[in-house]
Design a protein around this ligand. Sequence first.
Ligand code: SF4
Length: 715
Amino acid sequence: MSIESSEKIHKKELKRFHYKVRPIERGYNDRTLYINLSNNEILSKPVTDQMKKLFIGGRGFDLWLLWNAIGEKTKWDDPENEICIACGPLGGNPLYPGSGKSIVVAISPLTQSVMDSNVGGYFGPYLKFAGWDALEIQGKAEDDAVIFIDGDEGVVTIESVERFPDNTHLLGEFLGKYYCEGNLKTISTVTAGLGAENTLMGCLNFSFYDTVRKTFRYKQAGRGGTGTVFRDKNIKAIVVKFSNITTDINNPADLDRAKKVGREYIKEIKELDPKQNEIYRVGTSYIVTIMNEFDLLPVKNFKFGNHPEAENLGKEVYRKKFHKGYDGCWIGCPLACAHTVKNFTLETGPYKGESVWVDGPEYETIAGCGSNLGIFDPDFLIELNFYCDTYALDTISFGTALAFVMECYELGLIDKKATGGLDLHFENKKAALEIIHQMAKGEGFGAIVGQGIKRMKDIFKKEYGSDTGTMQDIGMESKGLEFSEYITKESLAQQGGYGLALKGPQHDEAWLIFLDMVHNLMPTFEQKAESLFWFPMWRTWFGLNGLCKIIWNDVIPEDNSETPEPAKIMKHVQWYAEYFSAVTGEDAEPDDLIKMSERVYNFQRVFNLRQGFGKRKHDDIPYRAMGPVTIEEYKSRKDRYDKQLKELGILDPEGKSTEEKIKALRKYRESQYEKLKDAVYKRRSWTPNGIPTIEKVKELGIDFPEVIELISKHQ
Ligand code: SF4
C-alpha cells in the first residue's frame, strides 16, 4: 500500500502518554516503558542501581521484567506473557563497532519456556535515545494496534488500526512514510507478517532505512516464535521515531577513552576484514565453503556434512549477487555484513512478478533452507529468504523443520496423504516454496510444518502411526527449538554447546566445533566443561550491552595465534572491558565481564526451572546430533566410524554388521554426552540435575527469596 492511498486506512488513538526526554547518563536512561494492551495502560518504571548492577541491561533487563510480570503457569499465549525489548548501556554509539543490537525476550510458543533472540537494525538504539532502557508489552489488544514512541516529542501512543498491510516489506515501508514527517531515517519499526500469525515460528523484523538504496531494510529476531507472540497480542507494529543522533549521545563517563578504543577497533576491522573473510563484501556466506570442507555443512536433515554442489551457495556466487554498497545494520558498523540483493524478480506467491530488495541470505539461511533440504540453487534461496522475511518466519526453524519433514517423507513415515499431495522429497524446490506460502496462509500441510518439529512428531504419531523412535532420532530439536545449522557429530563439546544452551540449540551460546574437532584443544571433559563455561558466559555479555557478537571473533588480530588463549581473542575482550569502563564509569576487567554474564545466565536457568523446564532431562539432544542414525549415514563415513570403534576399544568392527556397529557407537557416544553434562554442571556449580546451587546464587547476588524457595525444592 502506498502512502498516497493511506486515506483508505483507519487509525484511532486509544491512549496518549507524555514524558520528558532527558539526556542519557553513562549509557542509561534509568527507566523502562511498560505498556498493557488489554487496558491501554502506559507507565514509566524506574531502573534501580541494583537492577543495573545485577542485570546490566539488554537481555538482563528483559529477563528481570518478564520474571516479575508472569507466573509459573503463564503460557505463551496468555495475556500476561510479555514481549520485552532492550538495547543495553553500550548500544547505540556510532563510534564503536556493532553497537546496534536489541534483545527480545518472551515465553516462546515453540519451547513454552524463556526465549531470547538478538537482532540488529535501528530500533534498539532509537528506543534508548527516545528515553527507554527497555520496552515491556503485556496484554492483548482487541484489534490490530500500533505502538508509536515519538522520541522527538516525548509521546507514546497506542493506536487501533485497520487495513494496514500484512507483510513486512509493504508494512515497514508504509509505516516509515506514515510516521516519519519527512525524514525516513528517523523511523525504525518492529513488525511481523502473516507467517507469524499462522505458525508458531514467527520472527520479528526490525527495520533500518538505507539512505543509499532509498528503501527500508530488515534484520530478524528469528528464534523461538517471538513474532507469533507479537501477533497473538494483536500488535501490528511498534514504531519509534528519533531525529537527533550525536556521537556522544550515550554520555559516557569518559568520552575520550570510549572514542579511543572505538577508533582502534574500527581501524583493525577495516584493515583486516578485507584480508581475512571479506565479510564487508560477502557477509557470512564465506562460512559455507569452510563448513563444507570440514564436513560440517548440514546436508539433507543433518545426515551428511558436505556436498559437491555446495560451492553453488558459496561466497563467490553471492559476491556477484549482492548489491555493492555500505551494508551496516547500524550506523558506522565497519564489518557491514548485512547484504542485500537488488531487483530480484519473484517467481512464486502473492508477489509473483514483482521486483524487490531481499536482505540476505546469511549463512544460517543458506545452510538451513539450502543444503539441509538438498537444494543448491542460490536464486531459490533468495526467493525463499524474501518470503520468510516478509511473512516473518524464522529461516532456521523453517529450514530445519522442513528438512525433518522431507526425511520423514523419504523414510515413508508420512506420505502424500499427510502432505496434501505434495511430493516432499529432498531437493524439491517447488514444494518447499509451496509449503512456505501455505504456512503464511495457515493452510494445508504448511500449517502443520509451522507447528515445529516437537509438535509434528506428536501429530505424525497420532495421525499416521509414524515411528516415535525414528522421529526422535532424526527430529533436530531440543527443548522444542529447531537446531541451527552445524553438524555436531564429531564434536562432543558442540553437542553440549547446543544441548546445554538455555533457550535451545542455537550457536550463539557456544561455537566450539573447530577448537574441539579440528584443533583438538579440549581433549578432557574438564577442558570441554571449561569452554562450556567461558564461551557461553562471554557470548551472553554482548546481549546484556546491546553489542554485536560477530565483531568479536570474525576478524582476528594478526598476532592472535601467539597469545596464550587464541580462541578467546583476549585483545578484543580487553577492548570490551575498556569500553564498558569508559561508558559506565565502572572499572571492569575481562573477568568482571564474565561475572556479569554468569549472574544473568544462572538467573535465566532458574527462570526456566520456574516455568517447568531447566533440568538435566531438558538438555537432551536427538541422536542425529551425536552420531549416525541410519545405515546410509554410517556407510557414508564408514572408515571414520570403524576407526573410532577400533581405536577407542568400543568394538572390533571386523566382521560386524553395520547395525551392530551403529548400536555400539551409539551406546558409547550417548554415555559420553551424559559425562559431559556432569562435567559442565560441576563447572557451573549446578547440581547433577542441572540446577544452580544455593551457594552459587548467593555468590552471584541473585538469591532473591523466590529464587531460594524455588531451587531449595530441587537441591
Ligand atoms: S557485524 Fe553485521 S550484524 Fe553486526 S552490527 Fe555490523 S552489520 Fe550488523
